[in-house]
Structure formats: C-alpha cells, structure tokens
Design a protein around this ligand. Structure first.
Ligand SMILES: NC(=O)c1ccc[n+]([C@@H]2O[C@H](COP(=O)([O-])OP(=O)(O)OC[C@H]3O[C@@H](n4cnc5c(N)ncnc54)[C@H](O)[C@@H]3O)[C@@H](O)[C@H]2O)c1
Ligand SMILES: [Zn+2]
Length: 380
C-alpha cells in the first residue's frame, strides 16, 4: 500500500505529459501547502479562487489563507452549487469576475470545489485571454479521483451535458483528503463508484484491496494510522494519469474510463441530472449493467460479474434499475439517450465491456438491438 513517509506528508502522483506534466499532491492537510506550491511554480503571480457557495462556506477562508501565507493575493467568486452552474450564464459571470480581478497571463485560476466547479473554472481558465493557468483543488471524492485530473473541462448546452469545453491541463492538483470530512455521505459514496471503476476496469488487485478496506476508506481519519483513503485516491489518480498520458484526447484507451458511463449517463439523463440519481450512483448502476451484459454475452463468468456487483451494492450504491426510486421512460426513450451519449461515433454504439474484473475493453461490435432487448428487460 502507498503510504506517506510521515503523517502529514503527501503522496505525490505525477501526470506525465512532457512539458505539461504536473503533480497531484494527496494528503490530509495539504490545502495548507497550496500557496507555497503555487509560489514555487509561478513566483509573483496573483490568483482568483472560483468556488461554489457551499464549498466557500466550509473551505474558502482556509484556501485564501494558504495563498496569503505564501504572499499570493487572491480574489474569489462563488457560483450556486449544483450542475446548473455549468452554464453559459455562469461562465460569463466567472469570466467577468476574473477580468475584474485583473487575472492576466501568468496569473492563476484556482478551482476550489467538486467536479462542477472544476469543469466550469477550468473552462473559464482555458478561454480567458486565450488561456491562463489553472490549479485544481478538488473537494469531493469524485473530483479528487476523476474530474480534477486529466484536463477535460466543460459546461453544458441545451443539447446535452459537457458539449462545450476544452482540453486544458492544470499545472497542479492539491487533493486534501480532510476536505472530504464535510462532504455529505451520499456524495462521498457516489464518488466511491469512480474509485471502484479503476479496479474494475484495469486493476483486479486494487479491486480486491477495496473489498477488504472500503470501510476504512469511508471512515477516512489517519488517527488509527490508516491511510486507506489516501492510498485509494493515489491509486485512482495513478490509473487515470497513466491512461491520460497514453491517450490525452480520448481516441483509444481513455475510453476505458467510460466503463459504466454509457448506460449510466442514459439513466442520469432520464432522471434529469437531479438528486434522484447522482452521477456516481448512475455510474455504479451502469457498471453493474455492463458486467451483467458482459456475462450475458459469455465474456465473463457470472460469478465474477456477481462479485463486482456485490461490492458496489455492499457500499450502498444502486446496482439495479429498480433500486432507484421513481419511474423511467420507455425503452425507446432510453435507447435514444444511450445513442445520444457522446461516445457514439458514426452511428455505432461504443461500449466498454469486461472480460473479467480488471479487464475492460472497448468494443463497437454490439448491435443496438441486443442492447435494446437488455435494457427493455431491465426496465420491467
Ligand atoms: N472533467 C472531467 O474529467 C470530469 C469527470 C467526471 C465528472 N465530471 C463532472 O463533475 C461533475 C460532478 O462533480 P461532483 O460529483 O464533484 O459534484 P459537485 O461539484 O456538484 O459537488 C457535489 C455537491 O457537494 C458539495 N460539496 C463539494 N465539496 C464539498 C465539501 N468538501 N463539503 C461539503 N459539500 C461539498 C457541492 O456544493 C455540491 O452541492 C459533473 O458535472 C461531471 O460532468 C467531470
Ligand atoms: Zn464519471
């Protein structure tokens, strides 16, 4: 297991992208190092912190204090919490605030929040004055293991989610695991689905470790000497970093990260991107369906698919369509949503299926009718 050398030391994961490589510093209390880390990378810069109102209440003062301690002046702008803020209106508001704060080339945008803030602030940084640098300070488990790493940024359009965006790598990610202590339990659990995803898609040993240690990870504290949370985040970031370094623009391997997402997004969209089904919950459901579908096709033994699904369920994540309250649209509407997913290329469905736990692969040879029959059955 990866543990810090001493309590308080970070685990550092490097994203190897040549002259755009950057570090992810993971550990309890790492927020206090934010200013010093930035000062080392961009001496003399000023910063603007973009956050949401909920995160601001909990963590903005500490973030700005950490900047100030290193002599970095900062302004801040807080948007309302929630997916609705990944909009043109909020992009305009954030860009205006950044311009009013005189953020120029050489200065920095600090994204302090979950995936919503990371995506919005990252995109604002990508387009402000044709691009200023961005530092990600993820405050949800999902953001610490997924959205803050890899450089995808986006807002939503009326045509769908994440359709307007840019690839823009941060220059630094600071993942302070103590910030997760204020995160609602349901949000933490939803983020855990993305952690399990890394095991299921490519690392069977990590999956087995999660089966044995997930409760420590949820409990999170280091007082007992357990660094389960930090270890799980580090393994997840390393997995994502390795894939991103191989395929930054998602032409091949990076698609593996979409395990559970094609089915999951369809249910998430059908639920209106609402509290009814959080993204991570939709991913858990989607992964359970991907494993079941793979077993159906004889790609993986049923018992192994059951093992994957059982772990998601044990952690309290939905693995059956019926586990999510409320009614679903019919199979036609669900198939439209599956086909609308941006993972569709030239009309063919791209699915991520599995040959085993830790052995996901990308396929385009599944007929839509086969998926349709499967989904129709699940909707009953
Ligand atoms: N760019 C990428 O590669 C990528 C990858 C995955 C997901 N995403 C995007 O991420 C978004 C979802 O991110 P999310 O799940 O982090 O949601 P989120 O940013 O909406 O955060 C969830 C909720 O938790 C609150 N919150 C955040 N941190 C908190 C803390 N420490 N304490 C208390 N409350 C806190 C937020 O205010 C919000 O209400 C989606 O828009 C998705 O498209 C992007
Ligand atoms: Zn996801």
């Amino acid at each position: 297991m990866t543990v810090p050398l001493r309590a308080g030391d970070p685990i550092v994961v490097n994203v190897g992208l040549g002259d755009r490589a950057y570090d992810i510093a993971i550990g309890r209390g790492q927020l206090s190092t934010l200013g010093a880390r930035i000062a080392a990378l961009r001496p003399g810069c000023k910063a603007a912190v973009v956050t949401d109102e909920t995160v601001a209440r909990h963590h903005l003062a500490a973030a700005q204090a950490a900047l100030k301690a290193a002599g970095i002046e900062s302004s801040s702008v807080a948007v309302p919490p929630g997916e609705g803020s990944k909009s043109f209106a909020m992009l305009e508001r954030v860009c205006d605030a950044l311009l009013a704060a005189r953020i120029e080339r050489g200065d920095l945008v600090v994204a302090l929040g979950g995936g919503v803030v990371g995506d919005l602030a990252g995109f604002a940084a990508a387009v402000l004055r044709r691009g200023v640098d961005c530092v990600q300070v993820p405050t949800t488990l999902l953001a610490q293991v997924d959205s803050s790493v890899g450089g995808k940024t986006a807002i939503n359009a009326s045509h769908g989610k994440n359709l307007i965006g840019a690839f823009c790598q941060p220059i630094l990610v600071v993942a302070d695991t103590a910030l997760l202590d204020t995160l609602p339990a349901r949000e933490f659990r939803a983020g855990y689905a993305e952690v399990v995803k890394y095991g299921l898609l490519g690392d069977a040993a990590f999956f087995a470790w999660l089966e044995a240690n997930w409760k420590d990870l949820f409990a999170g504290g280091n007082s007992s000497g357990s660094f389960a949370r930090e270890h799980a985040i580090a393994v997840s970031c390393r997995a994502k970093a390795a894939i991103v370094a191989r395929d930054e623009r998602e032409t091949g391997d990076r698609m593996l990260l979409n395990l559970g997402h094609t089915f999951g997004h369809a249910f998430e969209a059908a639920a209106g991107f609402s509290d009814r089904l959080l993204h991570g919950e939709a991913v858990a459901l989607g992964m359970a369906l991907a494993f079941e579908f793979s077993a159906r096709r004889g790609l993986i033994a049923q018992a192994e698919a059951d093992r994957a699904i059982a772990h998601l369920a044990a952690a309290g994540l939905p693995t059956h369509v019926s586990a999510v309250p409320g009614a679903w649209p019919g199979v036609d509407a669900m198939m439209d949503l599956i086909a609308q997913d941006k993972k569709v290329r030239r009309g063919r469905l791209t699915l991520i299926l599995v040959r085993g736990i830790g052995a996901a692969f990308v396929t385009r040879d599944v007929e839509a009718d086969e998926v349709r029959a499967f989904i129709a059955e699940k909707l009953q």
